[in-house]
Design a protein around this ligand. Structure first.
Ligand code: SAM
Length: 219
């Protein structure tokens, strides 16, 4: 295990990279229907959330997942979306302001490293993350997400899985796919896995990703 401050310093590079490529990222993933696939997933597999649930989107980027969630949620929620990259957050914030969604939802943004989140323990009913854990060591990343999640709360993460299309994305977006065995092993370290969803093969999101729903155990 590496020293926490060394890990944080290393992970800061991902933020600087996304400061430069936020527009390219946003364009690429809007083009391939990623947001629409996420929205369909959220509609077909509603997250178990109470009214007014506090949800963390860790590594929100330009807000594609945040926007999908906002479109699909049927109960009012307070979403906190964090990222290392300020230009990405600004893009996400502008997109949320422009999107027509249920006015009962609240969204707030903050610049933060998912390895050292500026929130107290058990602050969130649910944590969602897609595309960010690939930039950090799994044990530390999942450990920090577990810390801020309430006991009984759910984590949804969408790991990239090894595939030809994933290799292209790795090169374009400078990340490393975690081996699926390690993803499951580290998820089980902090959570109970409730479902492992495979996307339909014709859905571009399914070429590179799956979705793992996991629950933090009660103490
Ligand atoms: C592939 S994008 C995914 C964005 C968004 N979640 C989505 O699904 O479109 C990865 C994002 O993770 C962010 N990121 C990488 N490492 C991070 C970290 N340690 N803490 C917070 N954000 C991080 C990057 O700045 C980038 O915006």
């Amino acid at each position: 295990m590496q020293n926490q401050s060394v890990l944080e310093a290393k992970s800061a590079g991902a933020g600087k990279f996304y400061d430069r490529i936020a527009r390219l990222y946003d364009f690429t993933f809007k083009f391939n229907g990623y947001g629409r696939s996420l929205e369909n997933y959220f509609r077909r597999h509603p997250l178990p959330l109470p009214d007014g649930a506090h949800v963390l989107d860790a590594g929100c980027g330009t807000g594609l997942l945040t926007l999908s969630l906002l479109r699909a949620l049927v109960r009012p929620a307070v979403i906190t979306a964090v990222d290392l990259s300020l230009p990405s957050i600004e893009k996400a914030s502008a997109a949320v302001a422009q999107q027509d969604h249920d006015s009962r939802h609240r969204v707030r943004f903050a610049q933060a490293n998912l390895l050292s989140l500026p929130f107290p323990d058990a602050a969130f009913d649910s944590v969602i993350t897609s595309g960010a854990l690939e930039y950090v060591p799994l044990r530390e990343g999942l450990g920090e997400l577990a810390r801020v999640l309430k006991p009984g709360g759910h984590l949804l993460h969408l790991p990239v899985r090894p595939a030809f299309a994933s290799t292209l994305l790795e090169i374009m977006f400078r990340f490393k796919t975690h081996p699926p065995r390690k993803v499951e092993e580290h998820t089980r370290r902090y959570f109970q896995i409730r479902a492992h969803h495979r996307f339909p093969p014709l859905d571009p999101i399914g070429w590179t990703k799956s979705a793992i729903l996991a629950q933090k155990q009660y103490e």
